[in-house]
Ligand binder design. Structure first.
Ligand code: NCD
Length: 347
């Protein structure tokens, strides 16, 4: 990176700036909600992901050499945590994992104090997963550091929506160099299952329609309240899975989040009969649809193994795109100016 850009990036990164939406003082390198990203931001993240992915490994490992990244996880996670950690390491950063079960969090320390402690220890960026919606905003405000939201309660999971977008583009719109508000026009993405508790559904429903996609939510009343479609334009409810599949180019299956059901009675046999994606259903109603799942997958419940491992499934590709997207988010967090396109910088 040219020294001039590096210097500018450093001075800007030191003081909290404001994100595209909301005007609040969160560090500009934060990724708290997809609603904070302009389409220019989305384009620069996608471009950066491709650039970093294509870069020789040795060169890539210099980019965040010795920068300190903390992963603060108050909930269990396999792919998101590993993906962020490997992304940070492949850029050369030093990472430290703080998880609820092996830290002072267990002793009742507040999120605010944990954040301040991590900053005092030299953390320059914090990746946070937390069961409370909005927790990353609090951490961003109290620390002034770039915060990457790795899932907050039932609110958002921005890096997941970006990696889903990258997967959809790679499968269905390979030639799209940059995205516009029309890139996904004519593309219908059906999200099936526990919409009520899903931060993945929420982030996707807030992002994909801005690129022209139609999002169909599909699930029973208990997991998909009628007002869910009010989340924003381009979102509809279709409770019948067969009818939804017939309109779908992409179908994203969600796990039933047992840990969030809190006493809710759900007849799993009935759920499986109506909403499971099995090979016969897929072949009959959406033989060409791309199948996504953010994981963890419960095979035999929302999806069968045949579909999860079948030719329509892009589940493994999602994981690969996840690493590229998270490298881009980390680079952007620690070099907020250098990672912007020249056009954006001129503005
Ligand atoms: C999801 C999450 O934690 O929000 N998984 C993920 O991060 N890829 C979905 C889930 O837990 O079901």
């Amino acid at each position: 990176m040219p020294a001039k850009i590096k210097k500018a990036a450093k001075s800007r990164a030191a003081k909290p700036g404001s994100n595209a939406a909301g005007g609040s003082s969160y560090h500009t390198g934060s990724a708290l909600s997809v609603t904070h990203f302009t389409l220019d931001d989305v384009n620069s993240i996608l471009a950066l992901a491709s650039k970093l992915e294509a870069m020789p490994i040795q060169r890539r490992a210099q980019l965040l050499s010795k920068r300190r990244v903390a992963l603060l996880f108050y909930e269990s996670s396999t792919r998101t945590r590993t993906s962020f950690e490997l992304a940070a390491k492949s850029l050369g950063a030093d990472t430290v994992l703080v998880s609820a079960l092996s830290s002072s969090i267990e002793k009742g320390e507040s999120l605010k104090d944990t954040g301040i402690t991590l900053r005092a220890l030299g953390a320059e960026c914090i990746i946070l997963r937390h069961p409370n919606s909005g927790a990353p905003y609090l951490l961003a405000q109290t620390t002034g550091l770039p915060i990457l939201n790795a899932g907050d309660g039932t609110h958002e999971h921005p890096s997941q929506a970006l990696l889903d977008l990258r997967t959809i583009l790679a499968r269905l719109h390979k030639s799209a160099r940059t995205v516009t508000d029309r890139t996904l026009q004519g593309t219908t993405v059906t999200i099936v299952g526990d919409i009520l508790h899903s931060r993945v559904a929420r982030s996707n429903a807030l992002l994909l329609p801005r690129l022209g996609a139609k999002v169909l939510f599909c699930g029973p009343q208990a997991l998909l309240p009628a007002d869910a479609a009010e989340i924003g334009p381009g979102v509809e409810i279709e409770r019948n899975l067969e009818r939804a599949l017939q309109r779908s180019n992409v179908v994203m299956m969600l796990r039933i989040q047992r840990e969030r059901l809190a006493g809710m009675q759900l007849d799993l046999d009935e759920y499986i009969a109506r909403y499971q994606l099995d090979a016969a259903r897929l072949a009959a109603h959406a033989p060409k649809a791309v199948v996504l799942h953010p994981g963890p997958m419960i095979r035999g419940l929302e999806i069968t193994s045949e579909v999860a491992d079948g030719p329509n499934s892009a589940v493994a590709e999602q994981v690969e795109h996840g690493t590229a997207i998270r490298m881009a988010l980390l680079f952007r967090a620690l070099h907020p100016i250098a990672s912007k396109s020249r056009k954006q910088r001129k503005k």
